[in-house]
Ligand binder design. Structure first.
Ligand code: ZN
Length: 46
């Protein structure tokens, strides 16, 4: 396969044992990503 631009489809959210928020994303090609929002940084607007 040549160049492929991943399309990150949101798969929902999970909460880790540490209380961090984990955002799950996935592309149709099978690639997956996780993005972790640390509990102590969870509110950047403040
Ligand atoms: Zn892809």
């Amino acid at each position: 396969m040549g160049q492929h631009v991943h399309v990150r489809i949101n798969q929902g959210l999970e909460v880790s044992e540490e209380g961090d928020l984990i955002e799950l994303s996935r592309c149709r090609c099978g690639a997956t990503w996780t993005r972790t929002y640390r509990a102590d940084e969870a509110d950047p607007e403040r």
